[in-house]
Design a protein around this ligand. Structure first.
Ligand code: ARG
Length: 587
């Protein structure tokens, strides 16, 4: 039982002792205090129950304080109109630190009802390199996956790549005009991008090329052997290039079920939608319309044009017989429900696709998948320093690989000035780790819906809310043990833990909040809560380290402080790992 749970239980006992009836025991809670000056935990129960019990809240609080049997856990005081405040005792802090230190999970609790969760993230459109916009999905999705598994859920990470769309018509057209085979081997993504761009440029100049590209796509989708062979090679090369980036980012998938995986399901799906009356013909196209069950404002199949509500159907088969993003997505939902037996599906995609997902989720519900919890985990835009969506000088979206390289260069110059490492190789490896992970941490420390300015210098700085600051905190906590004999940590004796100084208490207070801050990440898909928590933990560690000498202290005090250094470093490492970020051992 956690401390607030124990305090709540004792509070319920006290209430019955003083003869106050509790109509809804589940509403009696002891919560983390907002302001530490009033203690560690707080309850408003006296204010809540005084009136029905015919008492004055402060009097009720006083009798509860007398009836409470919590001396072994906390001191109780009363504040204001009748708040009950609990300040944990030194012994309680010591035993909390001991339990967490002895637990390899650092007191992160697993859930009572594990679910099967499919996480759909990254999902770049193949044959175009991944751009910076895909970074948000990739990094957020990986973090959600790690946290959900840690909490005990069964997680299935699926990279739903766009591998069947119009871009293949373009690439195939340009490929046939002349592909650079040598470059395809050395820089596959760059060569594919060149092909794609040469086709888009050609289309701009000559309308007939657009048709030629479309014909290449039709040929591919109707099984033309030459086009299929080109497509297969594009796919293999793209995957190779993408995997290099995923390796760098430390991101992995259980499946790569892209759009093309659902080809065979599309025609029968459209027929089913039609025969069940869920979709109907509209000028040659097959569409899903509103069923008028909700107000137009919240109807995903209505749109307001010039002050008037009009139909906004979801097209599932185009006039020319082709299927689209909507059709594959419905088939994907069915597959995940039926084959993966998913309880939840989290789709991590740009907020601008919100309308599509509202329609998709409603169609899924009408198809009978109402038990499946479908969530669009939306995110905003990365901005340049001018406050506009980030672009390169030539006006293109920056390529992710280039951005990573720039970050590594920026990290390398910071390291050059400050590092204690000896060799250039070690410094290069550290620069790679800091560069890539600074971008990841910056992403995860912002609320996913907020647009943020991409500022490399700030991201790689040692001071500030950055990954390097956390790395430095970790290395500082570990460096103590390098000065001691090998195996010191194993010999530390938790029985001697005595948490007494204010800075020690505050550090343990922060450490014990780890579990809550992990759990909360998947409640509303907010890795930033864990990221911010880790920064705060690191700050409390530095305050402790400045206030409390470790190696110069003696006996139980030294033992306790060494345990706190070890525990802090482990929690920082564990927390960063849940964000998808590895730590350096030296800097
Ligand atoms: N390929 C899409 C894009 O880059 C994202 C796909 C997300 N997943 C999905 N099931 N729609 O915009």
């Amino acid at each position: 039982m956690t401390i607030p749970e124990q305090l709540t239980e004792k509070l319920l006992l006290a209430l019955s002792k003083v003869g106050v009836e509790v109509p809804e025991p589940s509403r009696i809670q002891v919560k983390t205090a907002d302001d530490l000056r009033y203690g560690d935990y707080q309850s408003t129960v006296a204010m809540m129950l005084a009136k029905p019990a015919g008492k004055n809240p402060r009097d009720l609080a006083t009798s509860l304080m007398e009836a409470l049997d919590v001396a072994d856990l906390a001191e109780v005081t009363i504040a204001g109109p009748g708040f009950l405040n609990f300040t944990l005792t030194s012994e309680t802090w010591s035993s909390l630190a001991k339990a967490q230190w002895q637990d390899e999970n650092h007191a992160v609790q697993t859930v009572a009802d594990p679910q099967t969760i499919v996480i759909d993230f990254s999902a770049p459109n193949v044959a175009k390199p991944m751009h910076i916009g895909h970074i948000r999905s990739t990094i957020i999705g990986e973090c959600l996956g790690r946290v959900a598994s840690r909490l005990g859920h069964k997680v299935i990470k699926d990279n739903h790549i766009g591998d069947w769309g119009t871009q293949f018509g373009m690439v195939t057209w340009a490929w046939k005009k002349g592909v650079n085979e040598a470059r395809l081997e050395t820089e596959p993504l760059q060569e594919l991008l060149r092909l794609y761009r040469s086709a888009t440029d050609a289309c701009k100049e000559d309308e007939s090329i657009k048709d030629a590209c479309r014909e290449e796509l039709v040929a591919l989708q109707s099984g033309n052997a030459e086009n299929l062979a080109i497509w297969n090679r594009c796919l293999a090369l793209s995957k190779k290039g993408l995997n290099e980036i995923y390796d760098r980012l430390d991101v992995s998938f259980d499946h790569w079920l892209g759009e093309s995986a659902y080809n065979d399901a599309l025609a029968p799906l459209a027929e089913k939608l039609e025969s069940q009356g869920l979709a109907r013909d509209d000028d040659g196209a097959l569409c899903v319309f509103s069923d008028d069950s909700v107000k137009p404002k919240s109807d995903p199949f209505k749109v307001n044009r010039d002050g008037e509500w009009q139909d906004f159907p979801m097209i599932v088969r185009k006039k020319d017989g082709a299927f689209n993003y909507a059709t594959t997505d419905i088939a994907t939902v069915e597959f995940r429900a039926n084959e993966f037996k998913a309880d939840k599906v989290w789709i991590v995609v740009d907020v601008r696709q919100g309308g599509h997902f509202k329609q998709l989720f409603e169609v899924s519900r009408r198809l009978g998948y109402d038990q499946l919890d479908l969530v669009h985990v939306a995110f905003g835009t990365i901005l340049g320093k001018d406050g506009k969506p980030l672009k390169t000088r030539s006006g293109d979206l920056p390529q992710l690989a280039d951005v990573l390289d720039d970050a590594v260069t920026a990290a390398r110059s910071v390291i050059g000035e400050k590092s204690h490492l000896d060799t250039e190789e070690e410094k290069d490896a550290l620069a790679e780790l800091i560069g890539v992970n600074s971008i990841k941490f910056t992403e995860l420390s912002h609320h996913r819906m907020s647009d943020y300015v991409f500022d490399l210098e700030k991201m790689v700085a040692l001071e500030g809310d950055t990954a390097p600051y956390l790395f430095y905190s970790y290395v500082r906590a570990r460096s103590i043990f390098r000065k001691l004999e090998e195996g010191t940590v194993d010999k530390l004796d938790a029985e001697q833990l005595a948490i007494t100084e204010a800075a020690e208490i505050h550090l343990v207070r922060m450490l014990t909040r780890f579990g809550d801050n992990v759990g909360v990440v998947i409640d509303d898909f907010r890795p930033n809560l864990l990221a911010t928590y880790l920064l705060e933990l690191a700050r409390s560690f530095h305050s402790f380290f400045e206030a409390c000498p470790v190696l110069k202290s003696e006996g139980a005090t030294r033992e306790s402080r060494l345990i706190l250094c070890d525990l802090t470093s482990r929690v920082i490492k564990d927390g960063l790992n849940l964000l998808g970020i590895p730590v350096p051992e030296r800097m």
